[in-house]
Structures are given as C-alpha cells and as structure tokens.
Design a protein around this ligand. Structure first.
Ligand SMILES: NC(=O)c1ccc[n+]([C@@H]2O[C@H](COP(=O)([O-])OP(=O)(O)OC[C@H]3O[C@@H](n4cnc5c(N)ncnc54)[C@H](O)[C@@H]3O)[C@@H](O)[C@H]2O)c1
Length: 420
C-alpha cells in the first residue's frame, strides 16, 4: 500500500503540493473545508494558475488523489501537511485556521504518523501552539508517539523557472526522528532539502525571506519618491546598480505590495518581537509604512498630472491597467489596486479597469471592467499602468493614451508617459 498523505488546505500552497505528491506515488487526500473548491477540484477544474486542468485530471485519473471536505476520508494517514491561511486580524496574527486544523488532525492521529506545518507563521507556533493542540486532541506525545515538523513553502506563483520540485525546501523536526521523517518525505518531492536545527529556525527562515523582500521594496519605493522630486531617473540608477555582479540585488518600485505574503508575514515577526520582547521591529514597521502609502503617492502623482491639464481627479476618466498584485497572475489578494481604486473613487474619479487575469469577484467593487481598446485608451484622461501583464498591448497604449502613469517601467520614455 502507498503512503497516505492528507494535505489540509487545497489553496495556492496545498494544491501544488498535493499534485506533486500524487506524481511521487503517494495516496493523497486533499482536504478543504470550502465545499465549492472541492467540487471544482473533483470536476477537474483548477483554480490555481500553476496547476493546469490537465495535471489535475491526470492526478484524479490515477485514483490516488481525492479532493474532499469530509473528515472521514482523512483517517489513517501516514503524513499530514497543513497549508491553511494565516491572515492578520486587526493587525494581529490570526491562527484560528491552524488551530482548527490541529484539532481536526489530532482526532485522527495515529502513533507513528508525521504531521508537518507549512503555513507561514511566527517562530514558536509549531512547538508551542500546533503541537500541543495535536497532543491534546490525540492523547499522544509529539516526538514520542508521532513526528512533528515545520517546512516553509517557497512557492512563487507564475514563475516558470523555479517550480515546486526544483526549489530547495527547508525542513525541520521537533526531534531527530521527526526531522528524519520530514526530510525523508520532502526528499521524495523536491530535488534538495535544507536542514535547520529546529522548527523555530525554519519558521524564522520564511519570515526572514519575506521581510527581506518587503524591506528592499520599501527602500526602492522611498527612493523613487525622492528621486522624482530631485529630478533624477531612479529606474536608470536601478538598472545601472543591477550590473554589479556581487552585493546588490535588484528590486523595483511599484504602486504598493500585495499578495498573501509581503503585506502580512513581516507583521507576524514584528508582532512576536513586540509581544515577547516588548520592542518594536523598526525595519518592518518602516517598510510597512512606506509600502502601505504607495497608493497615496500614485494618487498624488495623478493629481499633479491632471492639474497640468487643468483637470481635477473629480470627473476625470481614469483607466487602471492591472488589478492583481503581480504580473501574469489573477491573484488580487491584498492588491494595492484596491486601495488606489477606493481613493480615486472617493475623489470622484470616473474609473474603469482592465485585467485579463483577475475574476470579477476579486476586482475592486464599483468599477466597470473594460477592454483596453484604442478607443478606451484615447478616451481616458489618465491611464495608470499598475501591473505589467504580458497580455496587454503596450504599442496600443503608447499609440493611443493621452497620458500614462507607468508604475512598472514597462513603457519606454515618451511624451505621453511618466514613470513612477
Ligand atoms: N500563496 C503563496 O504564494 C504562499 C507562499 C508561501 C507560503 N504561503 C503560506 O501558506 C499558507 C496557505 O496559503 P495559501 O496561499 O495556500 O492560502 P489559500 O487561501 O489559497 O488556501 C488555503 C486553503 O485552506 C482552506 N482551509 C481553511 N481552513 C481549513 C481547515 N481547517 N481545514 C481544511 N482546509 C482549510 C481554505 O478553504 C483554502 O482553500 C499561508 O500561511 C500562507 O502565508 C503562501
């Protein structure tokens, strides 16, 4: 019999993991409390862009992948991986999904099984919160009767080069035997595993990676604002700095950060530092402050641009290009386009938006969705390029828009183009 794996949460993280595990020979139960997602999966319809319908159908066809919302199918597992959401609630970590998953799995836990947490969270969660919940619900001891570990996910949706299987996976366990089990599990799924000494280091690794990006994006965002005021082309400086073969990593300015990671994960770290040490994590707080205010800055630039045309934002036709949080994806979670749209609507702008990837339900409310036709572009008082999806026709934008604020530096320098 194949090893039985339960993946709790079939979202952006859990579904790719489940697919890979089916391909590696596991018997996989994809457990999700969202009945509509389970229904879609059973119908062979993937809602995660990196997983094609063909790949999902193939997994279903093996008879070793069962999407389900029923706990009954999860019993007798050898391995369980938890990839449920870890959002913020009033600025504080919301661990209720992890807690629920822990209680659910605990009731099914058998001696000898291995449980791995993958959700991004603050250091200490696995050993101090998740493990005790499993123990309480099962009556078994972590490290004694069952194995427990943490392994952060590094999935980068839409990245064709670094996929699940060729991205090194950091692994940890609460003891040697757990580490052996966790590493052995991922060795079957990815090309390389990287061992750290305890779950706390693994949890911190993920937060370090995302905080690093968050802080560096804030740095270039703040620089972009000052450079514009100083009349210096920040994009040219970034391109030039990026030719340095050592000691520099390229980050680019934008209209704000979005997605499930950057606006949230660093706050898990600063929350824990404040809670445990009573100190503020100044880098995180500064980066939050700069990045959260980027939509305000975009509005300011628009106000100035429209003012030059003797126009007010109120009543101006503004076309937003791109609603997702990054290019070539339909993921609009925490996207800065929502904040920007709210602000422009509050100022009375006549807004429209185009995005070929984002579903209507995930778009900012109250804004007509349009095709960025030549007529639409020509008709707008201002076009704001928020996300540089490859699907947009940039020649068309250049040829027909009267004024474009390009927040991604996708367009060349031209009389009708300003860069952020
Ligand atoms: N999306 C990414 O790129 C990414 C990358 C790295 C890490 N992460 C982290 O991974 C975790 C999951 O993120 P995601 O993007 O996959 O979220 P998601 O919202 O896409 O998926 C989570 C799924 O869990 C389900 N769920 C919630 N509670 C459940 C429960 N008790 N039992 C079973 N299913 C339950 C939800 O219905 C949902 O389908 C988060 O902690 C996130 O920070 C995400």
């Amino acid at each position: 019999m194949e090893d039985k794996l339960v993946v709790v949460g079939q979202g952006y993280v859990g579904l790719p993991l489940a697919m890979r595990a089916v391909e590696a020979g596991f018997d996989v139960v994809g457990f999700d409390t969202d009945h509509s997602k389970v229904k879609q999966l059973n119908a062979g319809e993937s809602y995660v862009e990196d997983i094609t319908d063909e790949r999902l159908l193939h997994a279903l066809g093996t008879g070793r992948y069962l999407p389900t919302a029923s706990m009954d199918h999860c019993a007798d597992f050898d391995y369980a991986v938890v990839s449920v959401p870890t959002p913020l609630h009033d600025g504080n970590p919301d661990l209720s999904y992890i807690e629920e998953a822990g209680r659910t799995l605990g009731r099914l836990l058998r001696p000898g099984a291995t449980v791995i947490l993958e959700s991004t969270t603050y250091p200490g969660t696995t050993e101090e919160l998740f493990g005790p919940l499993l123990e309480e619900a099962s009556g078994l001891g972590a490290g004694e009767d069952f194995h427990l570990g943490y392994s952060p996910e590094r999935i980068d949706p839409g990245n064709p080069t670094w996929r699940f299987e060729n991205t090194p996976k950091v692994v940890s366990g609460v003891d040697e035997a757990s580490l052996g089990k966790v590493q052995g599990f991922y060795d079957r799924l990815v090309e390389r595993t990287v061992v750290v000494s305890s779950p706390k280091e693994a949890e911190l690794t993920k937060l370090l990676e995302n905080t690093f990006r968050h802080v560096n994006i804030a740095l270039v965002n703040e620089l972009a604002m000052f450079a514009d005021d100083l009349g210096i082309n920040v994009w040219e400086a970034i391109d030039a700095a990026s030719t340095k073969p050592f000691g520099y990593l390229r980050f680019t300015p934008g209209p704000g950060v979005g997605g499930h990671c950057l606006p949230i994960d660093p706050s898990y770290l600063s929350w824990q530092v404040r809670r445990t040490l009573g100190q503020s994590f100044r880098f995180v707080e500064l980066a939050n402050d700069v990045n959260e205010h980027m939509p305000d800055y975009v509005v300011r630039r628009l106000v100035v641009a429209l003012n030059r045309q003797s126009k007010a934002v109120n009543g101006s036709r503004i076309l937003l290009l791109g609603l997702s949080y990054k290019k070539n994806t339909g993921d609009a979670r925490e996207s800065p386009s929502h904040t920007l749209a709210r602000q422009l609507l509050a100022l009375g702008a006549d807004l429209a938006a185009a995005d070929p990837h984002v579903l209507d339900v995930h778009a900012p409310p109250g804004i007509p969705r349009v095709e960025p036709t030549a007529e639409m572009l020509a008709d707008a008082d201002a076009v704001v390029l928020l996300v540089d999806h490859d699907a947009f026709d940039y020649d068309e934008v250049l040829d027909h828009a009267g004024y474009v604020l390009d927040c991604r530096h996708r367009l060349p320098t031209a009389p009708n183009v300003e860069h952020l």
